[in-house]
Design a protein around this ligand. Structure first.
Ligand code: SF4
Ligand code: SF4
Length: 443
């Protein structure tokens, strides 16, 4: 095993943009957020089928108790994140789509009483036992994708995984949750990686960190050198360029190969896992701890940006108040970063598994102009696409032509929007185009 910082010379560095990094909370240590008086838990916090409630109004629950079961292979259970009483099975707004979804509201008893956890030695567990622990803990991709981790760890036999790419790029402006996790919880991340390498019999891993995080790079390199990881693990300093943290961009930058259109990293023998997901895998496998909390960066116009360890279901407003409250000039709150984040309809929106950041900001309403065919969107696209053609075809309703321009390869990163002088919300057109194409395919 060795470590090195790889200069990506000789490999094709994907295109992208350089928005101001604004990592306001980069030097702020992770703090515990107080437990909420009530937790609002949507049952759709992951890609796939929503979980199905298994509790009813009035039930007493402990932290870590399953309150909703996975309802298929591509699904994940939801656990109580505070102890108390189930106050209501309600319809709540999804922080991801804004649409109404089923949810469970728990009222706290103030005791923070946990279920009994069952620790284990990860090395003494079979592959099936590890996968069961990951699945039962409700772990999903915590970089924002929220794909159930047990599914990613169960590739079909014909897709053998040769290398794991640990995603510590954190390329979105403002967000520092993963950076702090790499500095403060290095050991948990590497133990999670070790388990994944053993489960998949992988001998090669790369820990990808943007070069503007020198402390995290140094910390990881030192920890890797001192660890007993089963294979060759490299800490790779990738260019600080948005969207370096997108799965397909990382695969291209590190392995020098492109994931085929409509495909997954496993199609080129790679598995990409976010650092927070690896820490959660360690918690689940070694400690028997379900996923009930995560680190969230609360930042933007707040007076004291922070990285907070937050139980799911906590209202964003409670966190914003810990960081100085909502300043008068702010009129928008986003979950995630400014490039791909999702504007929330209420400051009471609950933190869920995929929420890595609460960004308090001023809304940025721009007038859309006509395309001037400058080509800047093409230059900025990390997937070598022609974004202007999507705008053109969607405006004309010529959805069938979108496939000719490989629209399904778009990762919706927004780099094209950032660079567009005509303020065209290109990603909105792309989303419409993808939806319409899918409808046509279903007919
Ligand atoms: S960047 Fe905007 S204006 Fe320029 S070609 Fe692309 S869509 Fe048109
Ligand atoms: S077309 Fe898609 S992948 Fe390319 S820059 Fe725009 S949003 Fe990103």
């Amino acid at each position: 095993m060795n470590t090195r910082v790889v200069e990506l010379l000789g490999l094709k560095s994907p295109a992208g943009v350089h928005p101001p990094s604004q990592k306001l909370a980069a030097t702020t240590r992770i703090e515990f957020a107080p437990l909420p008086d009530s937790a609002i838990l949507p049952l759709q916090q992951h890609i796939g089928a929503p979980a199905k409630a298994v509790v009813k109004k009035g039930d007493k629950v402990k932290v870590g108790q399953v309150i909703a079961e996975a309802s298929g292979f591509v699904s994940a259970p939801i656990h109580a994140t505070i102890s108390g009483i189930v106050k209501q099975l309600a319809t709540v707004a999804s922080p991801v789509t804004g649409h109404p979804v089923s949810g469970v509201i728990i009222e706290s008893d103030g005791k923070d009483e946990w279920i009994e956890l069952t620790p284990a030695d990860p090395e003494a567990l079979s592959k099936e036992e590890v996968l069961t622990r990951v699945k039962d803990a409700g772990i999903v991709g915590m970089g924002g994708a929220t794909f159930p981790t047990h599914v990613k760890l169960s590739p079909p036999p014909e897709k053998s995984i040769k290398s794991i790419i640990v995603n510590g790029a954190e390329c979105e402006p403002y967000i520092t949750a993963d950076d702090r996790l790499m500095l403060e919880e290095t050991d948990r991340i590497l133990r999670g990686l070790k388990t994944m390498m053993q489960v998949l019999s992988v001998k090669r891993a790369y820990i990808a960190i943007e070069e503007n995080k020198p402390q995290a790079i140094a910390r990881m390199r030192q920890a890797v050198t001192e660890s007993s990881l089963p294979g060759e693990v490299e800490v790779v300093a990738v260019p600080a360029k948005y969207p370096m943290g997108a799965e397909k961009t990382l695969v291209k930058a590190i392995l020098g190969v492109e994931v085929p259109e409509g495909g997954l990293p496993m199609d080129v023998g790679a598995l990409v896992q976010n650092v927070a997901t690896l820490a959660a895998v360690y918690d689940a496998v070694a400690l028997g701890k379900p996923l009930v909390e995560r680190v969230v960066t609360v930042t933007g116009l707040v007076s004291e940006p922070k990285n907070l360890l937050v139980r799911f279901g906590t209202a964003a407003l409670q966190l914003i108040e810990l960081c100085g409250g909502i300043p008068p000039e702010a009129d928008e709150m986003i979950f995630g970063g400014p490039m791909m984040g999702i504007a929330q309809v209420s400051y009471d929106a609950p933190i869920i598994k995929g929420t890595n950041c609460v960004l308090v900001k001023q809304s940025d309403i721009r007038v859309e102009h006509s395309c001037i065919r400058c080509g800047r969107c093409i230059e900025s696209c990390p997937m070598d696409l022609m974004p202007l053609m999507y705008v053109n075809y969607v405006k004309r309703g010529a959805y069938e032509s979108l496939s000719d321009y490989h629209i399904t390869n778009c990762v919706e990163c927004g780099a094209c929007v950032y660079n567009c002088p005509a303020n065209i919300p290109i990603v909105s057109y792309i989303k419409i185009g993808k939806t319409e194409l899918q409808k046509q395919g279903e007919k």
